[in-house]
Write a new protein. Structure first.
Lengths: 305, 308
């Protein structure tokens, strides 16, 4: 085990090479619906229990199942209203369980990236071959279901190993959503190839807002607006990224979806300054214009590791 | 270090669910239902009446709300008792004033111990449904089938005897079920259960003993959850219930009648400083219109008549 994961060097949030998003936009905005399948009776992982109660833990299970029966359709309608394409953090077994949802997203031009096979299968304890197998499974499953090559990764239930980032780069994945060290994309140190971290967010994740911090829907909207205001202001100096990570089983409840609508209405009313896009498009633009300069500054830094 | 190979095997990776209890279904694809008077919202208020013994019986977990300190936890015991002695009567007064009905999930122990409370529930015109023997008698995976069957039989027979009501519905203590619960309830002739939180409308489950309906009995808008678990102000709770009603009213125009479930907890919302918030909330709900106040049994019957 290492005291520092060794994935990036310290890089102060000032005097960095300036980022400008396409069309002179200051903020790249993306929405990440987590479309997940949680199993009622997953095999045991020695490092993490799937459910607090003994099988069948029907409350925990059905709480999440709500997203696929009800919440998803409310959230997708809302995103249609504001012409926002989702970048889906996908439990890829959804392609088998509920292809109806995958097809609806694909028709809308949404992006899919891997969030593991199921959100009840964790990477803790996997050997290299096993971790490779779940990455290969995700790539293959999403191509077969949608024709899309996955470009991004968010580890299932945010469970990692020391080799996760190296493997992602080796498989040609462009970006990881697993790291929370910054509000701008940046190069990650990997053994071979290239990888960038894509700003996702735990702090403005609906799960943290509603269930960890216990915020009401109106408070969550207010937080999202403040997050947006700050990142847009700072984006004049150098382009920033804002992601809203969502779970339809949370934000798609009847008492939450309309207050959340106000946040999207507010953000999309700034289209002149905001690039409303997908994570893969942000990553592609970053690689084409900024990766090399950033890598030169960042990957050559010495010191703390 | 590696995981057993079965950790990367997915025997239930197939279309639909990973179990056989109910099929997957998109709520917005179902045929619309119509509530009596063509009201967009069936307002389903539930008020659970529970007995938490001073001696918690530790199975795999303790029911939420159960004793928290070393024995004797008089503070928790008497706080829960406050709900059955005082709080519930405040709720009754508010509902009665506004002409609203409720369903009461009742522990058999409450019916045995507090017959006057059951009389009051009957007088108020509330429906009684099964809520297990008491808050110690949890249904959970690993509980022997004959014990669980006996819990269900004791609950139903006690409640029927004391209340004279048919007792057609069921809420498990702590919403906890074993793998057998839906089947054993269907076997006992129960029409609907209230433990699952995956839908905003009723839907059918199928068991080897016949079908049983899962009613949309959520906890996200429950007073106890929002106020005491999430720690939000009462005003924020009330605002969320009204937001839900507005949303469901709008959805109903396109997709047919919806159910707004509101779970009230006597020892939470029945406190003097909270009860006025409930009254104002329910007044506002009624004033905004389109409400059919109904018991779970009435909602279930109206739904069943249309879906077949």
């Amino acid at each position: 085990m290492k005291a520092d994961p060794g994935l990036y060097s310290y890089w102060p949030y000032r005097n960095r090479p300036k980022i400008t998003w396409p069309g002179g936009k200051k903020l790249a905005f993306w929405v990440a619906p987590n479309i997940e399948f949680y199993e009622l009776n997953p095999p045991n992982n020695p490092f993490r229990k799937a459910w607090p109660r003994p099988y069948p833990d029907i409350v925990s299970y059905s709480y999440r199942d709500f997203g696929n029966r009800v919440g998803h359709w409310r959230l997708m309608d809302l995103m249609d209203e504001f012409s926002i394409r989702g970048s889906v953090s996908l439990s890829v077994a959804m392609c088998q369980h509920h292809p109806e949802i995958i097809e609806a997203c694909a028709e809308r031009g949404w992006e899919f990236f891997s969030h593991g096979i199921y959100n009840t299968r964790y990477c803790y304890g996997m050997d290299e071959a096993q971790e490779r197998a779940i990455i290969e499974d995700a790539i293959e499953t999403v191509i077969q279901a949608t024709g899309q090559q996955i470009r991004g990764y968010l580890a299932p239930a945010l469970t990692h190993t020391e080799r996760t980032m190296d493997l992602l780069a080796e498989y040609g994945i462009w970006y990881t959503c697993d790291l929370f060290q910054d509000d701008q994309p940046q190069p990650i140190k990997v053994k071979t190839g290239r990888l960038i971290s894509m700003p996702y967010s735990l702090e403005i994740n609906d799960h943290y807002a509603y269930n960890v911090y216990g915020q009401s829907p109106a408070q969550y909207t207010s937080i999202l607006k403040r997050q947006f205001d700050t990142l847009l202001r700072e984006g004049e100096e150098s382009g920033t990224v804002m992601c809203i990570p969502l779970h339809a089983y949370l934000v798609g409840r009847a008492h939450r979806i309309d207050p959340f609508r106000e946040a999207l209405e507010y953000i999309t009313s700034h289209r002149d300054d905001v690039w409303i896009t997908t994570a893969a498009e942000i990553a592609e633009y970053y690689y084409d214009h900024y990766y090399d300069a950033a890598a030169e500054q960042l990957l050559s830094r010495v010191g703390e590791e | 270090m590696s995981l057993p190979s079965e950790y990367l095997e997915y025997p239930k990776r197939r279309h639909g669910m990973d179990h056989d209890l109910y099929p997957w279904s998109n709520m917005f694809d179902r045929p619309p239902v119509k509530w009596p008077g063509d009201k967009p919202i069936a307002l389903w208020i539930t008020v659970a009446l529970e007995f938490f013994p001073l001696t918690p019986n530790d199975g795999p977990f303790r029911a939420p709300g159960h004793m928290a300190t070393p024995y004797p936890d008089l503070r928790t015991y008497t706080t829960k008792d406050y709900g059955n002695r005082v709080g519930v009567y405040r709720i009754m007064r508010v509902l009665d004033k506004l002409g609203l009905k409720a369903t009461a999930p009742v522990n058999a122990a409450v019916a045995r111990r507090y017959p006057p409370l059951i009389e009051a529930v009957n007088e108020a015109g509330w429906e009684i449904i099964g809520h297990g023997v008491d808050m110690n008698s949890l249904h959970y995976g690993g509980l022997a089938e004959d014990i669980e069957r006996a819990y269900i039989a004791e609950t139903l027979s006690t409640l029927r005897e004391v209340s004279g009501q048919p007792v057609r519905g069921w809420l498990s203590p702590a919403r906890s079920e074993s793998e057998n619960t839906p089947r054993l309830l269907a076997e006992a002739g129960v029409d609907y259960l209230c433990d699952w939180v995956n839908d905003d409308m009723p839907y059918d489950m199928s068991t080897p003993a016949g079908r049983i309906t899962a009613m949309p009995h959520t906890y996200e808008l429950e007073d106890r959850h929002v106020i005491t678990v999430l720690g939000q102000l009462e005003e924020l709770w009330s605002e969320q219930v009204l937001d839900a009603a507005r949303r469901l009213r709008r959805e109903a125009e396109k997709y047919g009648g919806r159910v707004l479930h509101l779970s009230l907890t006597p020892y939470v919302i029945g406190q003097p400083f909270r009860i006025a918030i409930l009254e104002h909330l329910l007044e506002a709900l009624v004033a905004e219109g389109g409400i059919w106040s109904a018991t779970g049994g009435e909602i279930h019957s109206a739904w069943r008549d249309q879906v077949g």
